[in-house]
Design a binder for this molecule. Structure first.
Ligand code: MN
Length: 250
C-alpha cells in the first residue's frame, strides 16, 4: 500500500479529458491505496464552497464516494485557496495547513503547495498576502457567485499576461526560502507542487543533505504523480496505469 500525491491538476468544466482521468483514478484507487494527498490547485479556479456548477457538484460527489473508503487530504493552492470547511464536510476530505508536517511509513514529510516559496516573484507575494487577509477573504466569500466568476476571469487573464512577461527563473522557488523552511522542520523531506517543474532536488541545510520532490502538473500527455511508501517517494508518469497493472497482476 502507498500514498499517492498529486497537485496542479487544474480541473475545470473546460478539461473533460482530465476530469475523466481523475474520475478513473479515483475508481481504481478506491480501497487500494492508503491515502490520496492533493497538494493544491486541484481546480483551475475555486470560487467558493457554494459553487454549484454541474462540474463542481459531480466532482464533489465522486470525492465523497471515494473518501467513504479511502482518506483524502487536500491543501489549498493559489487557484483554489477558497476551498473551505463546507467543501470538506461535503466531500469528507480533511484540509491540510500549508505547510503541514506528516509522518508516513515512519518518515517525516513536509508538505506545501509551493507558491509561498516563490519569493523572487515579489508582485505575486504581495497579491498572495493581500488576497488571503481574513477580512478580504470574508468579503470575497460573501460576494454573489456571479461577481466572483467575473473576478476569476479577470484574475486568470491577468495571471496569463503576467506570466508571459516574467522571466522563468522568478517563477521557480527561491533556494533561500526552501533552505529556511527545511531548517525549521529538521529531518523532513519536502514535497510541493505549483512550479510545474517536476523534479527531485537536494539541498544542503546545515550539515544535512535534504530532499525536495516537486510534483508534476497535469497537461496533455503528462498526468503523473508521486507515490510514497515505506521505500520513500518515487515519481509515476501514470498512476492510473500503475493501479490498473496492479489489479491485473492480482
Ligand atoms: Mn499553484
Amino acid at each position: 500500500m502507498a500514498t499517492l500525491f498529486l497537485s496542479d491538476l487544474h480541473l475545470s468544466a473546460d478539461t473533460p479529458a482530465f476530469n475523466d482521468r481523475f474520475a478513473s483514478l479515483l475508481g481504481e484507487a478506491s480501497g487500494r491505496i492508503d491515502a490520496l494527498s492533493l497538494l493544491g490547485d486541484l481546480f483551475d479556479a475555486w470560487l467558493g464552497d457554494d459553487d454549484d456548477t454541474p462540474f463542481s457538484s459531480d466532482l464533489q460527489a465522486r470525492l465523497a464516494a471515494f473518501t467513504a473508503i479511502t482518506p483524502v487530504r487536500v491543501m489549498n493552492g493559489n487557484r483554489d485557496f477558497l476551498i473551505g470547511r463546507r467543501f470538506a464536510a461535503r466531500t469528507g476530505v480533511s484540509l491540510l495547513d500549508d505547510p503541514a508536517m506528516v509522518t508516513l511509513y515512519d518518515r517525516r514529510y513536509l508538505l506545501s503547495h509551493g507558491d509561498s516559496l516563490c519569493t523572487d516573484d515579489v508582485a505575486y507575494q504581495r497579491y498572495r498576502a493581500a488576497i488571503r487577509r481574513p477580512a478580504r477573504r470574508w468579503l470575497l466569500e460573501h460576494l454573489p457567485l456571479s461577481i466572483r466568476r467575473a473576478i476569476a476571469r479577470t484574475l486568470r487573464a491577468r495571471s496569463q499576461a503576467d506570466k508571459a512577461g516574467k522571466p522563468a527563473a522568478i517563477m521557480d522557488v527561491n533556494a533561500t526560502a526552501v533552505a529556511s523552511l527545511l531548517a525549521a522542520h529538521p529531518g523532513a523531506t519536502l514535497i510541493h507542487g505549483h512550479t510545474h517543474r517536476p523534479g527531485h532536488h537536494y539541498h544542503r541545510v546545515g550539515r544535512d543533505q535534504r530532499e525536495r520532490w516537486v510534483l508534476p502538473d497535469w497537461r496533455p500527455g503528462q498526468m503523473g504523480g508521486l507515490w510514497v511508501d515505506a521505500a520513500g517517494p518515487r515519481f509515476s508518469a501514470d498512476p492510473l496505469a500503475d493501479l490498473v497493472a496492479l489489479s491485473s497482476n492480482n
